[in-house]
Structures are given as C-alpha cells and as structure tokens.
Design a protein around this ligand. Structure first.
Ligand SMILES: *[C@@H]1O[C@H](CO)[C@@H](O)[C@H](O)[C@H]1NC(C)=O
Ligand SMILES: *[C@@H]1O[C@H](CO)[C@@H](O)[C@H](O)[C@H]1NC(C)=O
Length: 270
C-alpha cells in the first residue's frame, strides 16, 4: 500500500544524490597549516597544529581538521579474526594455500582485489568504517597500502587496487569526506584519474626523491612526513623544508609515531 509513496521518495533521493554530488561539501586542509601524524597513539597535538591524522578508532582532535586512517588494502593484525570469520574469501592466499602476509608488515594479510565481487565485499566493510569516520567528525580519509600489488608476488595488479580505491573514494565523497592517495608516487596521475583522490599523504618523499611526483598532481595538498631513522634525518628534513616548507606543512617524526610520553618521540615541523 505504500508503494507509490516509496517510489516518489526514491525519485527525490536520486535527484538529491545527484545534486549533492555536484555541490558536495568536501573540504580540504590548509596546506601550510601545521600538521601532525598520530598513528602510534593520539595525544594533544603540538601547539598551533591545525591538521591531524589519527586512526579510525581514535577520537577526533577538537577544532582541528582530522583525517581518518584506515588500512584499506590489507588487514590490521587485530582485525585478522574478523576477516577470517566473516570474509575469508577476500584474504589473499599464496601458492601453498596459506594467507599471503605482506612482506613488509608482519601479521597483515593482503586483500585479494582481483575480482569485482571481492572488491565489493572489501568496500562494503571499508565504507562502513568511512561512514563511522564521518559520523565521528573526521573530514578526510587516508586509505593505506594502495601499493600492496608491488609486494604481492604478482598475485595482484595495479588495476585491481585502483578499482577498489575508486569504490571507497566515491563513497567517501558522497559522505562529504576528502580522500588521500597513500603510496605509489610514480603513479600519482594514474591513481588520481582512477579514484579521484583529493590530496596525498607522502611518507619520506624527500628521502626517496619523489616529492615532485606528488606535487605535480596534488599541488600543495600534500602532507609530508620524513622519519628520524634514516641516515642524516636532519639534513633530509632541512632540504625538504628549504624546497617546500613555505608551500605546505612538513614534519620529521620517529618511525613508530609514538606519543610524547615515550622516549623515542620526535616532532619537528616546517
Ligand atoms: C582471489 O579470489 C578469487 C575469487 O574468490 C579466487 O578465485 C582466487 O583463487 C583468489 N586468489 C588468490 C591468489 O588468493
Ligand atoms: C605461504 O604463507 C605462509 C604464511 O601464511 C608462509 O609460512 C609460507 O612460507 C608461504 N609459502 C610460500 C610458498 O610462500
């Protein structure tokens, strides 16, 4: 008996969705506003910070531009049981049929992005997290490990991963969230074209001499982190600051991004 009304609502919703897409309220951070990268634990940001990246399980920092970190192309160790129980088919397997552990990250299993069905299943979970990020007040998403295919013994392809990226980027945009390219500097223009990324989180682009590959595509919408465990980290940081420090915020941090209460904590910004 409610059918006609439902049809009408659906029509309006479709039109509104179209309008929202055109005039979506995605906002970006101020590029040269001080930022911090807090994946090793959330803490009160250094004075003057305006942009902060935190894990999706953390609360937002009040009155700052908060970016929500999600592991989008492989598991987090503490989520392995969830995936095995609920979506085992999207966990990549190696030649002996065992879970394909990312060579760089112990206990993190790469996602099998090779089929549309798998990508939809993975995106179904990630998009739920993205919605939670939006509800919790985050303004942007950092989906990590777009580059799993480069460490997958050729089980995955770039196209597979970009197709998953497109699914979550569309969802993020519809939730009025900006979304970052993370990793794969050398494929920045291709990644942006495929997924519609808005900015980039550039780890060690000075140390790896690839910052220009990001800035060519994202301009000043770059958040750059260099790390103290490299050779001559201060020189790397000072060179980065001299080259781009007036354009956008660059930080030098300890590798594990620990909180100030731990001895290894390091934070410099320019
Ligand atoms: C990837 O997933 C597809 C579909 O479930 C499956 O057929 C294939 O064997 C999987 N490949 C690997 C390497 O895990
Ligand atoms: C398959 O992955 C398991 C870990 O899940 C590892 O112990 C094993 O050595 C791998 N086998 C091959 C052939 O790479």
């Amino acid at each position: 008996m409610h059918l006609p009304a439902l049809v009408l609502i659906a029509t309006i919703a479709t039109v509104k969705a179209g309008v929202t897409l055109e005039k979506r309220a995605v906002t970006l951070f101020t590029p040269n506003g001080k930022f911090d990268y807090q994946l090793g634990g959330a803490y009160t940001p250094p004075s003057g910070t305006v942009t902060v990246v935190r894990d999706r399980t953390a609360a937002v920092a009040p009155n700052l531009y908060n970016i929500c970190y999600i592991n989008a192309f492989q598991t987090q160790p503490n989520e392995n049981d969830f995936w095995k129980t609920n979506h085992d088919e999207v966990l990549l397997r190696n030649s002996t049929g065992q879970y394909f552990i990312d060579p760089g990250w112990p206990d993190e299993i790469q996602f099998n992005t090779t089929t549309a069905q798998n990508r939809n299943t993975i995106a179904g979970v990630l998009n739920g997290w993205i919605d939670e990020c939006a509800t919790n007040g985050f303004k942007g998403i950092e989906p990590d490990n777009l580059d799993t295919f480069t460490r997958s013994d050729n089980l995955l392809t770039k196209e597979n991963n970009f197709a998953l990226a497109a699914l979550i980027a569309t969802h993020a945009h519809n939730a009025n969230l900006a979304i970052a390219q993370k990793n794969l500097a050398e494929f920045s223009s291709e990644a942006k074209a495929a997924a519609g990324f808005d900015f980039t989180v550039a780890e060690e682009c000075q140390a790896e001499t690839e910052c220009e590959e990001y800035t060519a595509v994202y301009g000043d919408f770059v958040l750059e982190i260099e790390y103290t465990d490299r050779d001559d980290p201060e020189e790397i940081f000072q060179d980065a600051c001299a080259a781009r420090g007036t354009e956008y915020s660059i930080i030098l941090r300890d590798r594990f991004l620990v909180t100030p209460s731990e001895p290894d904590y390091h934070y410099e910004e320019c």
